[in-house]
Design a protein around this ligand. Structure first.
Ligand SMILES: N[C@@H](CCC(=O)N[C@@H](CS)C(=O)NCC(=O)O)C(=O)O
Length: 202
């Protein structure tokens, strides 16, 4: 299998943590890809032009991160990151949506501030995204006692990727303030080998 990746993408980080947790990492060849390069051939694999994209040995290609993570989970016989049908599955999927939603909003803020030329920036849009992030974090603070420290699901993995991305790109917003339970949970998870090994870097 091949994974088209960028070293700073938090969605890629979800996939790589999943690969490490499931023991599949050594079967995945990495293909570094700049999705923003107008000349990229990424669109031949993923018409949406985004990383991550996973290419199987038969040439079939899969995107986006929820699909890739579930596909990887289906290839392994150990403890499942996507629980079988039932309430636990929907809790894991909802938490994945919360983590991915934080990422989607944070990426909007980053694009608006780092990529969009200053005259075109829309502060109201940034404020709206930051408000969504704050509400999602407050929800996670209320659930922090129920988040797993050992038997992770895709929900915890998405939340780890989201909190790690806030530290990486929006550290000045200090997400830990007023959220002690979530901060304590993340402090434990940050030391997990799959998490420590996948810190984003430029
Ligand atoms: N929902 C997608 C989001 C992927 C995504 O937005 N990737 C970014 C990098 S962090 C990208 O490739 N952006 C390029 C673009 O939007 O054109 C997923 O979960 O995989």
């Amino acid at each position: 299998m091949k994974l088209r990746y960028s070293p700073t993408s938090p969605y890629v980080r979800k996939v790589v943590i999943t690969a490490l947790e499931t023991g599949l990492d050594s079967r995945i060849e990495r293909v570094r890809t700049n999705a923003w390069d107008p000349a990229t051939d990424l669109t031949g694999d993923n018409p949406l032009g985004k990383v991550p994209a996973l290419i199987l040995d038969d040439g079939s290609c899969f995107y986006d991160s929820p699909v890739i993570c579930e596909l990887l989970d289906s290839l392994q016989d150990g403890a499942k990151l996507f629980p079988a049908a039932g309430p636990a599955r929907f809790t894991a999927l909802r938490r994945q949506a919360l983590g991915d939603g934080i990422l989607d909003a944070a990426l909007q803020v980053v694009i608006e501030t780092l990529r969009r030329p200053e005259p075109y920036r829309w502060n109201g849009w940034i404020d709206r995204q930051k408000a969504a992030i704050a509400r999602a974090l407050d929800q996670l603070e209320r659930e922090a006692a129920d988040l797993a420290e050992n038997s992770l699901t895709i929900g915890e993995i998405a939340i780890i990727a989201a909190l790690g991305y806030l530290d990486f790109r929006l550290a000045a917003d200090r997400w830990r303030e007023g959220r002690p339970a979530l901060a304590a949970w993340f402090a434990v998870l940050e030391k997990r080998p799959s998490v420590a090994a996948t810190l984003p870097k430029e």
